[in-house]
Write a protein that binds this ligand. Structure first.
Ligand SMILES: [Zn+2]
Length: 883
């Protein structure tokens, strides 16, 4: 276990404690039950980290996690800092850390870049580049933001919100009019901005602006959908291709007097797209039944048209030099043309705003100049990461595409901060390596941590040379030992352990870390380690919700967890979490399911205490069947765990198997047996073994009660014994179960009290035909006509033509069964239904219905068949008469 101390949130918390902030202090006292004497020390950030470190660790131990605590560390341990210095130096040598000016998510209050770990709700600030089209208004520029520069050719007017306060500003010497919010954003984008005055939106309404590329005037009209926080707070209107604009124009015209020349504004169609007519925006708006410009369905219409026009639209004749080009191909040339002619500018903007910093301030995009960046935009780096990804196992499979997508869009990322705990940049001590950069290859550090904790490794003389020897076997061990003041024995041991443990077999983490940590983990490994040490697997899980609250990373929930362990026990909590969700889903954990599970475990423990080991000889058919079922349980649970489908594995072992056990006990008891304790002992020994990773504490107790020696946690995982699987027994019990179901149904429908139950099994001829049909179905042939023809062509089964119904029903019987059962039937050609029923069925019918069974084959000479039922018998579907 490594404890990640790096970052700023803890600094903010310490400041709030120091300021006597009652919200945080009450929270610590009442929810987290921290003693006053401890809270007093929390003015020092490290004290907060240390306190919760111990709490979390105790919680993990109480939950029964199998953690090798010899390898525990924190990210501010001196040797860890040396390790991070080496990592950062290595990346810089490979030119993967560069100095430059790039955009980042930014908290104006903290003056720090922000990423997922720094924001409320753990959102990664996501931003994109908008094109600002510059319209001319008197001696001002009115810029409008768009992601679709090609639509400039279809612009009919601008939209202005009359309620908005716009600002007159000077941006790098040019006079602009934009919303106050936009002016604020521009200040962070490395632009020189001065404020010259204000202007109300209503003052702009009705005035005209000139298009940037030709001498044409268009009006500024009022629209309520225009938001001051989005773009520049002014919108260029392209009603033919933008549903918002189309609807705003419809709304606008409603309020204009008839005959007004503004009634004459018509959408200008500039893109031809298959499936759409002249005005795609109109079609989309009408299709979705949109009523006005504040209708939320407009977003959907916009996405749909944007996608279709981008991928399959072609620019029309009225788009000047770009006419005839596909939209997807014309976009970049149009951008370039606009920029060269100075018709445009750019604006970086958050696409998922508002994003709030944990300090409460709203984040912006900032161009950070002369800063240190990890060059995740590097094409060769991406290629390597994709190669690794392609050869890795990703569980669950469906999330692989998300990783590909993230590798695709990643770009330069600031890797240092000015405040917080962590390692200083080796070449620029004013900066600290940020928390998503110092936690990407730490798995390699677990190997060192053991030697740090037993004091054979000290930070003092460790150089990059040391890390290169133990991780890459570069250099001479003796020289490294001498230079770094580490014993040669330790160096060899570390090297040996590293070769043993690396590469990382499986990295497990939360879904919210796919866009950053988990992808950085791949990128940094492929950059630093040779291919034979690239990671092999990533497993992604959802969050655990406790009483509806997110638990990931909010340390607060850890203490209620410890309380819950005291109240309910660790095992019931573990199982209740696992049973509630499969990998990607959020596990919703509630105390009701905890007590249900607890009762289940208590009854299993009770059962285990009563069982004695016994010889597994003289097995009867039901014994052979339940032991066969046990083999399928073992293979099912094993394969679920291999796929990390823990819910499925636990459910199979603890709950689904109970149905089979119930039938088994019913059979054994009906026969008056008292000799099956050994079978149950064998079954529960295997089940407890498979329960052990899920409920480690109670499983040890059960193991001991069963009389087994040693610890179940150290015993081998059960193996499937193929020789125990008895196809004949499986068929026998399935047949008996289905007859019992049929008899029960007849009794239920007829409401009779049975005195005698007659069972008629099919004759040998039908059995032959059945097997022929089964073979055909298993080979993929299910056409009734074809099968019929082949049966008639064979003299042995030719008589089937007198009973065409049989073929159809048999195909149906077979198709309604699981493939496994079909295979079993195919393997055992000879199966004597009559003698099985004669010897096994009466005991259960007597127990369940108080009636005996008499069995006949439909071809028996002395058959008792007053209602002529026997001729309906089919193999595995005997006919039944109840009197
Ligand atoms: Zn902040």
């Amino acid at each position: 276990m490594g404890f990640h101390y790096t970052g700023t949130p803890i600094l903010g918390m310490a400041k709030r404690v120091e300021a006597g902030d009652s919200e945080i202090i009450d929270g610590l006292k009442n929810i987290y039950k921290v003693a006053d004497s401890d809270i007093k020390t929390f003015v020092e950030p490290i004290k907060i980290a240390d306190y919760f470190h111990e709490e979390i660790k105790s919680g993990m131990i109480e939950m029964g996690y199998s953690i090798d605590w010899r390898r525990e560390f924190t990210t501010i341990d001196p040797v860890y800092e040396k390790f991070i210095e080496w990592q950062i130096n290595t990346l810089r040598k490979k030119n993967l850390i560069i100095q430059g000016s790039h955009p980042v998510g930014w908290c104006p209050n903290d003056q720090n870049p922000v990423s997922q770990h720094d924001t409320m709700g753990d959102v990664e600030p996501d931003f994109t580049e908008y094109i600002l089209i510059k319209f001319k208004f008197e001696d001002f520029v009115i810029p409008t933001a768009t992601l679709r520069p090609e639509t400039l050719f279809g612009v009919t007017n601008l939209w202005v919100n009359p309620e908005t306060n716009y600002e007159k500003i000077t941006v790098d010497g040019e006079k602009w009019i934009v919303s106050a919010e936009c002016a604020h954003k521009l200040e962070f984008l490395d632009r020189k901005v001065t404020h010259d005055g204000k202007i109300r939106g209503s003052e702009l309404v009705g005035k005209e602006v000139a298009l940037p590329h030709k001498n044409k005037m268009i009006p500024m009209l009022e629209a309520s959908f225009v938001e001051s926080t989005t773009g520049t707070g002014l919108v260029m209107s392209v009603p033919a291709h933008a549903p918002f604009d189309y609807q705003a124009l419809v709304d606008f015209k409603k309020n204009q007097p008839l005959g007004s020349e503004l009634q004459l504004i018509k959408p200008i169609s500039i893109i031809q797209t298959e499936g759409y007519g002249e005005i795609p925006a109109k079609e989309a708006v009408e299709k979705l039944g949109i009523s006005d410009q504040n209708d939320s369905k407009l977003e959907k219409a916009t996405d749909e048209i944007y996608g279709k026009e981008f991928y399959s639209g072609v620019l029309k004749q009225n788009t000047e030099q770009f006419a005839g080009k596909k939209v997807s191909e014309a976009k970049d040339p149009i951008k370039k043309w606009l920029a060269e002619k100075k018709y445009s500018d750019i604006l970086l903007e958050l696409t998922n705003s508002p994003v709030k910093c944990r300090c409460g301030t709203e984040c912006v995009v900032k161009i950070l100049t002369n800063q240190w960046f990890l060059n995740y935009g590097d094409a060769a780096w991406k290629t390597k990461a994709n190669k690794c990804l392609d050869s890795m196992s990703i569980l669950p499979q469906e999330i692989r595409g998300e990783f590909k997508y993230v590798v695709g869009w990643l770009h330069e990322r600031a890797c240092a901060r000015q405040h917080g705990l962590g390692t200083k940049l080796p070449w620029d001590k004013d900066w600290i390596v940020e928390s998503l950069s110092d936690s990407v290859i730490y798995m390699a550090y677990y190997i060192l941590a053991k030697f740090v904790n037993n004091e054979s490794l000290k930070a003092d003389n460790l150089t990059d040379e040391f890390f290169e020897y133990v991780f890459f076997e570069k250099g001479e061990a003796e020289a490294v030992a001498k230079n770094c003041n580490v014993s040669i024995k330790t160096i060899y041991e570390i090297r040996q352990e590293f070769s043993y443990f690396y590469p990382v077999d499986s990295r497990h983490s939360g879904r919210d870390l796919v866009p950053n940590h988990l992808t950085f983990f791949i990128l940094n490994h492929v950059a630093i380690f040779p291919e034979n040490n690239w990671p092999l697997q990533i497993v992604v899980n959802g969050s655990v919700l406790m009483d509806g609250k997110k638990m990931s990373k909010s340390m607060g929930n850890i203490i209620p967890l410890r309380q819950a362990i005291r109240d309910y026990g660790a095992d019931p909590i573990r199982l209740a979490i696992i049973i509630s969700a499969e990998l990607l889903q959020d596990a919703d954990f509630n105390l009701e399911s905890v007590s249900g599970i607890k009762n289940k475990l208590i009854s299993l423990l009770d059962e285990c205490s009563k069982l004695k080991p016994g010889k597994l000889d003289n097995l009867q058919v039901e014994d052979k069947w339940i032991l066969s079922k046990l083999q399928s349980l073992i293979s099912g649970v094993s394969s679920s765990i291999e796929k990390m489908r823990l819910r499925e594995g636990l459910h199979g072992n603890l709950f689904s198997f109970e149905g089979d056990l119930k039938w088994y006990l019913k059979r054994a008891k009906a026969k008056g047996r008292d000799d099956y304790s050994g079978v149950l002992h064998e079954i529960n020994t295997k089940r407890v073994c498979m329960l052990s990773p899920f409920a480690p504490h109670i499983a040890e107790e059960m193991w001991e009660k069963l009389g087994n020696s040693g610890l179940v946690s150290q015993s081998s995982w059960p193996a499937v014994s193929d020789d125990v699987i008895d196809a004949q027994a499986i068929q026998s019990e399935e047949l008996l179960k289905s007859i019992m179901d049929d008899v029960a149904n007849i009794i239920k429908v007829t409401k009779m009290t049975p005195k005698k139950i007659m069972i008629y099994t099919a004759n040998a001829f039908k059995s032959k035909a059945y097997h022929f049909i089964l073979e055909k179905v298993m080979a993929g042939q299910t056409n009734m006509g074809t099968i019929m023809k082949e049966l008639i062509a064979n003299p042995e089964t030719a008589d089937i033509k007198k009973n065409p119904d049989f073929v159809q029903r048999t195909i149906k019987d077979i198709l309604s069964e699981p493939v496994e059962i079909r295979k079993t039937k195919l393997e055992t050609a000879e199966f004597d239904e009559k003698s099985l029923i004669a010897s096994e069925l009466s005991s259960i019918t007597k127990a369940d219905f108080g009636a005996d069974v008499q069995v006949f084959s439909e071809s028996d000479s002395g058959i008792y068949d007053p209602k002529g039922k026997a001729r309906h018998a089919r193999p595995f579907k005997p006919a039944i008469l109840i009197e």
